[in-house]
Design a protein around this ligand. Structure first.
Ligand code: WT7
Length: 632
């Protein structure tokens, strides 16, 4: 089964075909998968609803396409290689046959604990093979998984459990990350005090920490699988049944549950994986993301395993126990494709070349970047010192909502340029529009990035709130999916992503809504009002800058700043902790009472000289004060 584009002319040909005849194009790819019943129709869509359906009435189980389909020819091939946080601990290599057995065994355990098709299951786990096994076991029984990054707080976890009314939580006693051991079960216990839907919690023993187990609710993973058969029949699912919900931040309100369905996501994650990374059988592929993010879903678990690839999972962090750990792992397993985020590159770049030098890195064929725009300096460092100038560097632009990579070079096939995601993948029809939604054609144009027609991996809805999905993505520009990103098509026709144009900031490749951080800050009893903006940060890409109006009585500024940081950590998690907090006497507002974020962004970026017209403000005097007190 190969749908791998091999040449530039092959790309041009496939691309044209995919745009002119999308149904024929995608059904040809879908045909190589195992369906229990073939679809009646390839595609039905309208972007007004929105209502998008792929492979209508097709019946399948995605895990049959990951497990059974690979058993005969490559049952003994490593599916997952797991490298633990502590390099002295033994690694784990699971073959496709072992993965099949473990997924069946655990899905049987889930059923024994009352899980049925359609139930929602939260996965709040460290980066261990069981996290992938848990995801696949859900898919096998037809349950909908929602993985929550294990760095989120109890209150964030509770919000997600409540939003999708999860019946089960899969978790661990604790989590090893770098030099730290992190409490996980305690966070789950706290979250469950604010929720009602969860009936069972299955707990993997990872750190052997002391935890409390609630009678009748909590059960150890090793007890749950005792005596369970290592095989079963996969549940028959509809192509448009939900595969998973993944919560992500937007410009307003609480995170929303992006919904992906089985058939389209399967085809799209597979196809993009094989083509972007040019994966060949026998290659070892490594993506450093966490399974708590979409990158982990599509490019650690589903895409690679659907392709019968060997996918490496790393439990730890890039700098533990030393800043050469990534490169040590590349050499240890002879990794061929390596996929990471610009923030990790910049953090490692800051350690200089010494940690890189002991390693040959000569197994690498392709290196990739994801999560935020990669700046030219990081691009060159990565390309020259990790890729040794010989590996194509794929800068992959996509989103939680898109399910898979949308704009990227195909490694070694299509041309590439530093800091440019470059060209759309087959099936993707991107347009750059001006503020009124007029399409900007030709080269050398800049505007907002939209997609004109559906691809198999597009989100279908936001869980429990379809109107929010319409509002957020399909109402800004009629008849188009709006990405929230700005983009430029340069004089040679290469696409360059310029970053978010809405109130979303990208901190170390993690998406944060400014409103969400403000709401967390406002939970502090002394806070009157706050405004959060992003500013350029050397390692994180963007840092979080918070302007806060406080009631100062009985507190020093430093007390308050520390307390606000703690409040945000408690409400969202450490990833949302503001880098800079400035206590201000007021916030610049328009006469209609809207906060002028443009001004706040400029001050936060150290660009206060050029604020533009502030005379229409309700309170222009406050701007001077803010500039004076700006945190450097
Ligand atoms: C936002 C989506 C998709 C995986 C990880 C993030 C930004 C992502 C790139 C890139 C420039 C990028 C965009 C996008 N982004 N990749 N290669 N170049 N920007 O997923 O959390 O859904 O965030 O990340 O702004 O909208 P996400």
């Amino acid at each position: 089964m190969s749908h791998k584009i091999q040449t530039l002319s092959g790309y041009i040909h496939e691309y044209q075909k995919s745009i002119l005849q999308p149904e024929e194009f995608w059904s040809r790819i879908a045909e190589s998968f195992h369906w229990q019943k073939r679809w009646d129709k390839v595609l039905e869509w309208d972007f007004e609803g929105p209502d998008v359906k792929w492979f209508l009435n097709g019946k399948l189980n995605i895990t049959e396409n990951i497990l059974e389909r690979h058993l005969f020819i490559m049952g003994d091939k490593p599916a997952i290689i797991w490298e633990p946080n502590d390099p002295k601990e033994k690694n784990i290599i699971l073959t496709y046959r072992e993965l099949y057995e473990k997924v069946c065994e655990f899905s049987n355990a889930m059923k024994a604990q009352g899980i049925k098709k359609g139930d929602r299951v939260i996965i709040y786990m460290p980066m261990v093979p069981e996290a992938a096994i848990a995801m696949l076991a859900c898919a096998r029984v037809g349950a909908v998984h929602s993985v929550v990054f294990a760095g989120f707080s109890a209150s964030s976890l509770a919000d997600r459990i409540n939003d999708c009314e999860a019946k089960m939580v899969l978790t661990s006693d604790g989590n090893f990350r770098g030099a730290k051991t992190i409490d996980v079960k305690g966070v789950v216990d706290e979250a469950l005090e604010k929720t009602r839907s969860v009936e069972k919690v299955i707990v993997l023993q990872r750190t052997k920490s002391e935890v409390s187990m609630k009678d009748g609710r909590d059960i150890w993973w090793h007890d749950a699988i005792k005596g369970q058969p290592k095989e079963n029949k996969a549940e028959v699912m509809d192509a448009e049944d939900m595969l998973f919900i993944l919560y992500t931040s937007g410009s307003t309100g609480k995170p929303k549950g992006v919904v992906h369905t089985i058939g389209g996501y399967m085809i799209y994650s597979y196809y993009t994986f094989v083509n972007v990374f040019q994966y060949s059988q026998g290659d070892v592929y490594w993506c450093t993301a966490d399974v708590g993010w979409i990158t982990g879903h599509s490019y650690i678990v589903y895409g690679p395993l659907l392709a019968g690839a060997t996918t490496l999972m790393f439990e730890g962090v890039p700098t533990h126990p030393h800043p050469g750990r990534f490169w040590e792992i590349v050499d240890k397993y002879k990794v061929n494709q390596f996929y990471t985020a610009p923030t990790a590159i910049r953090a490692l770049q800051a350690h200089g070349l010494e940690p890189v030098e002991p390693y040959s890195l000569d197994s690498l064929k392709v290196i990739g970047s994801v999560g935020e725009p990669i700046n030219e300096e990081a691009w060159h460092w990565y390309h020259d010192h990790i890729g040794k100038g010989k590996c194509p560097l794929v800068d992959t632009w996509w989103q939680t909502e898109t399910g898979g990579i949308m704009i990227s070079a195909l490694a070694g096939i299509t041309p590439n340029k530093p800091a440019h995601a470059s060209f759309p993948l087959p099936g993707i029809d991107p347009v750059i529009v001006d503020a009124e939604g007029n399409e900007l054609v030709g080269n050398n144009v800049e505007g907002n990035l939209c997609i004109k027609s559906p691809w198999p991996g597009i989100l279908r809805t936001t869980y429990g709130d379809h109107e929010r999905c319409r509002q957020t993505y399909f109402s800004t520009y009629k008849g188009m999916y709006f990405t929230g990103d700005g983009a430029k098509r340069d004089h040679d026709g290469y696409l360059r992503i310029l970053g978010r144009v809405d109130d979303v900031i990208n901190v170390s490749g993690h998406r944060m809504g400014t409103a969400e951080v403000e709401n967390a800050i406002n939970e502090h009893p002394k806070v009157v009002e706050s405004a959060v903006v992003g500013y350029p940060h050397e390692v994180k890409g963007q840092g979080i800058y918070a302007y806060v109006i406080c009631d100062m009585e009985g507190r020093t500024e430093q007390n308050l700043i520390n307390e606000i940081r703690e409040t945000v950590t408690k409400i969202i998690g450490p990833i949302a902790k503001p880098d800079k907090i400035q206590i201000v006497p007021g916030l610049p507002k328009t006469r209609s009472g809207k906060i002028m974020r443009r001004i706040l962004r400029k001050v936060a970026s150290g660009d206060a000289n050029n604020l533009g017209d502030t005379s229409t403000l309700l309170n222009p005097e406050v701007v001077e004060e803010i500039i004076k007190g700006a945190v450097k």
